[in-house]
Design a protein around this ligand. Structure first.
Ligand code: 13P
Length: 251
């Protein structure tokens, strides 16, 4: 089953509104080079409205980096799915390893956020991945299986088909260490089997699994050539329009 490649840029906590203007202008100027690939940028909340406006006439989607599960209420510092939809945001990253590591994100809250995103019509990008210690202990498959099963628990196959999984080995994020294409492919194929167990093989064949972790213009093509790697979640290299678009065009 053909899955359309999906490249998303996770800006993390980078770029003020003023700093983002140049990057957004660069993306807009080169958006005509985007072929048959889904593309999204995920800036900080403060730049979401500006990004939607700047990229309006381009095929580039805009995503947030988190979403709360409640519609509204006493949740200081959180943002609801309806608030994102109001800004015409398309997608949302959920359960990034930095949220898990520094902000107490758990598989249970990932599940709640994912359900809220789906209910609001946002495309969730649900992140999974093992730490270096977990990989060295031979626990990679166990860790990503638990994160995936708990994160997507209770979804029906039609909802699951809309979700994108991002496999991001924590030891490869921001370190310059990329998983080899074969290492990544092995985990992606394993994850596809986990998804088939949860939702059936047909649905598992529709779910896109992005790779993330030091993906750059010079290693993207080889990673994206793997049969179960359906895109990328790009950190550092998404902060330069040229690099990000080079990854998009290598897809
Ligand atoms: P880097 O591409 O900077 O390694 O970050 C990957 C990532 O965490 C994307 O969400």
């Amino acid at each position: 089953m053909a899955r359309k490649i999906f490249i998303a840029g996770n800006w993390k906590m980078n770029k003020t509104v003023a700093e983002a203007a140049e990057l957004l202008a660069g993306l807009k100027a080169s958006a005509g080079r985007i072929g048959n690939v889904d593309v999204a940028v995920c800036p900080p909340y403060t730049t979401l409205a500006g990004a939607v406006a700047a990229l309006k006439d381009t095929p580039i989607m805009v995503g947030a980096q988190n979403v709360h599960w409640a519609a509204s209420g006493a949740y200081t510092g959180e943002v609801s799915a309806a608030m994102l939809k109001e800004l015409a945001v398309d997608c949302v990253i959920i359960g990034h390893s930095e949220r898990r590591q520094y902000f107490g994100e758990t598989d249970a809250t990932v599940n709640q956020r994912t359900k809220a995103a789906l209910a609001a019509g946002l495309l969730p990008i649900v992140c999974v991945g093992e730490t270096l210690a977990e990989r060295e202990a031979g626990k990679t498959e166990q860790v990503v299986k638990t994160q995936t099963e708990a994160g997507l628990a209770g979804l029906d196959p039609a909802q699951a088909a809309i979700v994108t999984i991002a496999y991001e080995p924590v030891w490869a994020i921001g370190t310059g260490k990329t998983a080899t294409p074969q290492m990544a492919q092995d985990v992606h194929a394993f994850l596809r089997g986990v998804l088939a167990g949860m939702f059936g093989a047909e649905t598992a064949g529709k779910i896109r699994i992005q790779y993330g972790g030091s993906m750059k213009p010079d290693n993207a093509a080889e990673l994206l050539a793997q049969p179960d790697i359906d895109g990328g979640l790009i950190g550092g290299a998404s902060l330069k329009a040229e690099d990000f678009l080079a990854i998009v065009t290598s897809a």
